[in-house]
Design a protein around this ligand. Structure first.
Ligand code: FAD
Length: 282
């Protein structure tokens, strides 16, 4: 039995919720929105829009050349792909793609990693014409959304499992079940409540706003450190070049100066001797 979740609404003839299905209305006292990357559609229709994004990923199956066998999953973290033996063949998986949920597939990552994977393992031709495309449902704080929805009695949510839905699904299902039947939850459900994203809701902005502030002050501190370091280093390099190092030493602690000076001199030395073919990082 499959209903159309976007039709979910408060039941008209009783307490509870109802959805349209092929055979008519399905009604229940309680409803759980557990629609993965599509949860945002149902929540928006219920007047509770949530800021969900998706990270997309592709995979393709291959036959093998000769009698080659792959007995275990292999990850090439340097190039960014994984191979795993599946019943459909050898599965080649890509990294994450930032794109809109419903935009057309752009499997460029697959095309790029395929030659590297073929170099590592004797993959033969592709088993299908089109790669599989999946969407990971991600919230801004990368935590799932679990629990009741304030103001909508009998409505529960369990979505936003990002990269780890297979791993987290059973445990978030348990947490939700314990809340629904009134048992003491095995862990504090507060960090997962939907109200952290709802405008005007209790605890509105919880975590995401905090995180922004935290990130902003971290970035600010990092920038201050960088500019202080850059200014100090520049001064020391200049001083070294003009043989004024002793003058600088008077204004700063000798030990700290020695460290900075050493670092600056090493850097100065490296800069002058740097071979032109040295790879640049960053
Ligand atoms: C490429 C890729 C690799 C991943 N690898 C891992 C991994 O290694 N380990 C791991 O733990 N997790 C992994 N994940 C994440 C995992 O797949 C998801 O987190 C998980 O599937 C989310 O489960 P869910 O039940 O919330 O949503 P889904 O599994 O997406 O289920 C949502 C369901 O809602 C249905 N639906 C949608 N719209 C409607 C509608 N209007 N009406 C009715 N039904 C509807 C859909 O048909 C679907 O059945 C990966 C995901 C991707 C994309």
């Amino acid at each position: 039995m499959r209903g159309e979740a976007r039709t979910l609404e408060a039941a008209t003839n009783s307490d509870g919720w109802q959805v349209c299905a092929a055979n008519g209305l399905i009604a229940g006292r309680e409803a759980v929105v557990a629609l993965g990357p599509w949860a945002g559609d149902a929540m928006a229709a219920l007047g509770r829009p949530v800021p969900m994004g998706v990270k997309r990923g592709y995979h393709m199956h291959y036959k093998t050349r000769g009698n080659a066998v792959l007995n275990r999953p292999v990850i090439d973290s340097e190039i960014g792909y994984a191979l795993a033996p599946m019943t459909q063949g050898i599965r080649l998986m890509t990294g994450a793609e930032f794109a809109l949920r419903d935009s057309a597939p752009t499997p460029v990552q697959l095309d790029r990693v395929e030659p590297a994977a073929q170099g590592l393992f004797p993959l033969a031709e592709r088993a299908k014409a089109e790669p599989w495309l999946g969407r990971r449902p991600c919230m801004p704080d990368m935590l799932p959304v679990i629990g009741p929805v304030a103001g909508l009695k009998g409505l529960w949510v369990d979505f936003g499992h990002h990269h780890l839905g297979f791993t987290l699904g059973p445990v978030t299902g348990r947490l939700l079940a314990e809340m629904m039947i009134g048992e003491t939850p095995f862990t504090d459900p507060m960090p997962y409540r939907i109200e952290r994203f709802l405008r005007g809701g209790r605890g509105s902005g919880y975590r995401s706003v905090g995180m922004e502030k935290k990130n902003f002050s971290l970035i600010k501190s990092a920038l201050i450190c960088f500019f202080t370091w850059a200014a100090t280093t520049t001064q020391i390099i200049r001083a070294c070049a003009h043989r004024e190092i002793l003058l600088q030493c008077k204004t700063q602690s000798l030990s700290a100066m020695a460290d900075i000076e050493q670092a600056a001199l090493v850097r100065f030395d490296l800069m002058s001797k740097r071979p032109s073919n040295l790879p640049r990082i960053g």
